[in-house]
Design a protein around this ligand. Structure first.
Ligand SMILES: Cc1cc2nc3c(=O)[nH]c(=O)nc-3n(C[C@H](O)[C@H](O)[C@H](O)COP(=O)(O)OP(=O)(O)OC[C@H]3O[C@@H](n4cnc5c(N)ncnc54)[C@H](O)[C@@H]3O)c2cc1C
Length: 443
């Protein structure tokens, strides 16, 4: 069964998130963007409104909704402010390794607190010297009895300055690469945790980004989310569930840019009529709409796969890089429709463009997503078409004509140039590319 209809509950949730975005987010974000600060009162309101961490299962005190619902909510918030959407969704990113871990003690302790007590959670794989190459992280975890001692620095940590908990990925031996990586949930008020200064950014200034330093931080064994050798997989499983939502950031932000451009095009006049009368402008808007719609489909498909318990790794990468790249294109075209005003801070496009630019970088750059998808194509993709060398590709006679002279003769296909030869044997040499008989395969 294939159905794109939202349920009445999903529509209600979408309307609630849209109301929240328009009434609580939109009025404050330019001020906080200018100030380069995270609007904590709005984050608190989002929690009170029940639109944060909505996929925590009921068994752990959550609402038990799925990634589809998270995608629906995130699109609405991102339309009002991608930076604030990052701040709100980051708590899900930080929570996900706890949810996916096999550590029931940590789940029982932390998930209800995140669901019910407004405890924010951050996610930390990146470091000052690495981001894409997760297996190359250096933050050191040294075993001490049952505990681990953490030493090192995590960088670019969204919500790191305001979070209560952090899912930290470390290694017992940097040289061991994947085999050394482990993960822990760390409380930010533990001894030895230092929060760095807020990193000044080009966009998404309504989200908090800092470095976190760990100096001899003792992590009890109850807080191990993944033992050495299992941490890398846990990080990748986390991304498979969170990357579709980065796609939703793109969908929401691009939709807002398109709607602003549509409104502007109807009002702005040039050469005697409103811009929207010009087909060149209409075509831009049509393409923007096409990109928003296709991005949403990819994003929802991937979220749906995850909700079905399927491995969404590939669809998540596709959704992430498609939706975030097209969002940037949409915002850029929107700015073009606005002309000079688009380039000013008095209209919303310049902030959207700055905010969207980050989407291609965090949670795996566009290049990393291409590496993931290309790896799938090279190693595990199952084609349905026959290999080229088995293609009959008869062009010289009608295969349906039983009387055709070649019909009962063997067909040989040159593996180099594709020429099909009819006869009992392959020709001595291909008449097109001159390769010898060994280049021919019977088809
Ligand atoms: C505002 C912000 C918030 C963030 N929030 C978090 C967070 O909460 N938690 C967290 O852990 N991290 C976070 N990050 C880090 C983010 O995930 C990394 O910046 C990202 O993964 C890229 O890593 P890097 O910056 O080290 O770039 P690098 O890995 O050094 O890459 C630099 C460039 O080289 C390209 N490249 C790298 N390897 C290859 C390759 N093999 N083939 C082709 N191209 C390649 C990359 O795509 C990129 O274009 C955040 C980053 C920013 C900017």
């Amino acid at each position: 069964m294939l159905d794109f209809t939202l349920t009445p509950e999903q529509i209600k949730l979408q309307q609630k998130a849209r109301r929240f975005a328009l009434q609580e987010v939109l009025p404050v974000v330019w001020y906080y963007d200018q100030k380069d600060d995270i609007p904590m009162p709005v984050i608190r309101k989002a929690f009170d409104a029940g639109i944060m961490n909505i996929d925590i299962p009921k068994a752990y005190g959550g609402t038990g909704l799925g990634l589809i619902e998270t995608a629906i909510v995130t699109e609405e918030i991102a339309a009002a402010c991608p930076g604030l959407a990052t701040s709100i969704f980051d708590s899900s990113l930080g929570m996900e390794p706890i949810l996916l871990s096999k550590n029931e003690t940590a789940k029982q302790k932390y998930l209800p607190a995140i669901a019910k007590a407004f405890k924010l959670t951050a996610f930390a794989t990146s470091e000052p010297t690495m981001g894409s190459d997760v297996a190359g992280l250096r933050c050191k975890a040294t075993q001490d009895g049952d505990d681990y001692i953490l030493n090192g620095t995590k960088y670019w940590i969204t919500n790191g300055g305001v979070a209560d908990y952090v899912s930290v990925f470390a290694t017992i031996d940097p040289k061991a690469q994947h085999a050394g990586i482990c993960a822990f949930v760390v409380e930010t008020d533990w001894e030895g945790v230092t929060i760095g200064r807020t990193i000044p950014k080009m966009g998404q200034r309504c989200s908090n980004t800092v470095g976190l330093n760990f100096k001899n931080v003792r992590v009890p064994k109850e807080n191990i989310l993944a033992p050495p050798g299992k941490g890398f997989v846990l990080a990748m499983q986390t991304f498979a569930r969170t990357r579709p939502i980065i796609g939703s950031f793109g969908v929401g932000a691009a939709r807002a840019a398109m709607e602003y451009a549509l409104d502007y095009a109807k009002k702005r006049r040039a050469f005697g009529m409103a811009l929207h009368n010009y087909q060149a402008v209409q075509f831009k808007l049509a393409e923007m709409y096409q990109k928003v719609e296709t991005s949403r489909l990819l994003t929802w498909k991937s979220a749906w796969e995850s909700d079905q318990g399927l491995d969404a790794t590939i669809s998540a990468s596709i959704a992430k890089f498609y939706a975030t790249e097209t969002a940037l294109e949409v915002a850029d075209e929107a700015l073009q429709i606005f002309g000079g005003y688009g380039y000013t801070k008095m209209f919303p496009i310049e902030k959207l463009l700055r905010d969207i630019r980050l989407l291609r970088i965090y949670e795996g750059t566009s290049e990393v997503q291409r590496i993931v998808v290309a790896g799938h194509l090279m190693n595990s993709y199952q084609p349905s078409m026959p290999p080229l060398e088995d293609l009959p590709l008869h062009r010289e006679f009608d295969p349906l004509d039983e009387q055709a002279p070649q019909a009962d003769r063997k067909a040989w296909r040159c593996r180099i140039c594709g020429h099909v030869h009819y006869g009992d044997e392959a020709p001595e040499a291909c008449p097109y590319c001159f390769f010898p008989a060994s280049a021919f395969k019977q088809v």
